[in-house]
Write a protein that binds this ligand. Structure first.
Ligand code: ADP
Length: 507
């Protein structure tokens, strides 16, 4: 229990590369929106700064307009103008930066995966700080996320605090230590950071390559608060195996480092109000869930002869982290067990995308398996609603949101015990966990045997104990995965950091 009073009405600015639903690749987008909405509801002023991508969902931005206000920011030693747009997304004020730069940084038809990503996002980080400075804003907290906006931390202290943008504490959240954005040290000069000063082992130098800089390391070193997205993952990244080269850095800065489990936006993910569903339903009306199962099976051309045939699904980016070989295995094992399987996923890696396209083709007209290899939010909602079971066999998983969304929609998670999965899925047979928290099926080893056993236990339970299964479905739908408790932890971190800064200035 904190002795620091929570500051009322903080002014918090998030600088991020994603925001759901307008610019979302994965969980980062959900977190920025969910955390911001909850902080706003708790009485804080929250603003978000995003790049103005061409490929955003513009129909979900309200009152978008260009400001009569151009911000000039420096890059490669030259000044570039930025057009500033403002709009409302999910009730949150958002600034969009449109660089008037010949490289058209955010006019690429995609969010990430461009050869000049380092330039695109170091440019954006600098322009976002320039906007705050020029607009005379005095935030209490600047919260940046992942390597794309990690540059904000060193830029703030080295360039912007000396120029008068000095009201803020910097909070950095790392949503996944796999993506560190390293680049040759010289590239950092473009955004105005001092290569000589920063390419040092105690600052931004990559821990495995002396001529490369590491933005995530820079943000860990230069931020006042560093968080990651679950307590278990926070422990894992402190080990050589989990830290992807940054464990020594995280350990050195462990005093300011903490893991806070993400929530989900329970307003946006609500089966009782989800208009994408065939029919809305709640924990007290599971017939509605059964109707969604039947409707989706028809929609996808799967057999719907037996309403008690277990439907297993998986919704994910198809990257090695997610245990793609186990996902593939689960398709075949589910079939052998007499269930149905739906995979919704897409891969930024062409060899994985192609492999799954092969499998999708094999099952194109199959009665019990369907693979849909694209990003499709409305379909994802129909799948969460229709499924009986939901697999998350990740090799590592910083937090993972799909298991929580699945539970909210009454699908029972089958998850590997790692990272945030270990903090949110508790095996129904685990005697060390109080009964009221047990909510799914877990396995320890990332291998086929581990997954098989958990899947088989789930199938047995579903088939042999239908009443108990239904109670389990109702129970997981009633669990609280909202942002309330996590947002209050962020609030406390912010307040403590601000209080520390104030006491420092007084002495
Ligand atoms: P990560 O951030 O590693 O991708 P998370 O589990 O934290 O994983 O978040 C994944 C989010 O992206 C969830 O909201 C999930 O529903 C969504 N998602 C992933 N793949 C797809 C897809 N192919 N279509 C629609 N939504 C998807």
């Amino acid at each position: 229990i904190s002795k620091v009073p929570i500051s009322p009405g903080l002014y918090i600015v998030h600088i991020a590369a994603e925001m759901a639903p307008i610019a979302k690749v994965g969980g980062l987008g959900d977190v920025v929106t969910g955390l911001s909405k909850t902080l706003q509801k708790r009485g804080h002023l929250v603003e978000i700064i995003l790049p103005k991508y061409d490929c955003m969902q513009y129909d979900r931005i309200h009152d978008l307009k260009a400001l009569d206000f151009v911000v000039e920011s420096s890059f490669d030693g030259k000044q570039f103008k930025n057009k500033i747009w403002v709009g409302t997304v999910e009730g949150l004020p958002v600034y969009f930066i449109e660089p008037l730069h010949p490289s058209n940084f955010f006019w690429r038809g995609k969010f990430y995966g461009e050869p000049d990503d380092f330039k695109r996002f170091s440019y954006f980080s600098r322009a976002a700080l320039e906007l705050l400075l020029r607009a005379g804003k005095k935030p209490d907290i600047i919260h940046c996320h992942d390597w794309q906006t990690a540059f904000v931390a060193p830029l703030y202290w080295d360039l912007y605090a000396p120029r008068g943008l000095n009201s803020a504490r910097i909070c950095f959240t790392c949503h996944n230590f796999e993506y560190q954005g390293t680049a040759p040290a010289s590239e950092m000069a473009s955004c105005g950071l001092d290569v000589q000063q920063l390419n040092r082992p105690d600052r931004m130098q990559d821990n495995t390559s002396r001529d490369r800089v590491n933005p995530v390391k820079g943000a860990v070193v230069f931020s006042n608060i560093v968080t990651t997205v679950s307590p278990t993952y926070a422990q894992e990244v402190r080990t050589a195996e989990g830290g992807k080269g940054l464990h020594t850095t995280v350990n050195l800065h462990s005093k300011k480092f903490v893991g806070i489990l993400n929530g989900i936006d329970t307003g946006a993910w609500n089966p009782a109000a989800d208009t994408f569903l065939e029919i809305q339903y709640s924990a007290t009306d599971l017939l509605g869930k059964a109707e969604n199962k039947s409707a989706l099976r028809k929609q996808l051309g799967l057999s719907h002869a037996n309403s008690r045939q277990p439907l297993v699904s998986c919704i994910t980016r198809l990257v090695p982290q997610k245990g793609v070989h186990l996902i593939r295995h689960a398709i075949y094992r589910t079939m052998e067990l007499g269930g149905q399987f739906i995979l919704l996923g897409s891969s930024p890696l062409s060899h994985i995308q192609e492999e799954f396209e092969g499998i999708a083709k094999q099952f194109e007209h199959h009665d019990h398996v369907r693979l849909i290899l694209k990003y499709d939010e409305s379909l994802s909602r129909r799948i969460y609603a229709a499924s009986d079971m939901f697999i998350v066999p990740s090799i590592f998983e910083p937090c993972g949101l799909t298991q929580m969304i699945a539970m909210r929609y009454g699908s029972i998670p089958i998850a590997r015990k790692t990272g945030g999965l270990n903090d949110s899925v508790f095996d129904i047979n685990d005697d060390t966990i109080p009964l009221q928290f047990r909510n799914g099926f877990t396995f320890a080893n990332a291998d086929e045997q581990g997954l098989n056993r958990a899947l088989e236990r789930a199938f047995n339970h579903y088939r042999s104990h239908p009443v108990s299964w239904q109670e389990l479905v109702q129970k997981v739908m009633n669990l609280d995965f909202s942002w309330d408790s996590s947002a209050s932890q962020y609030e406390e971190l912010y307040s403590k950091s601000i209080a520390r800064a104030r006491s420092f200035h007084r002495t």
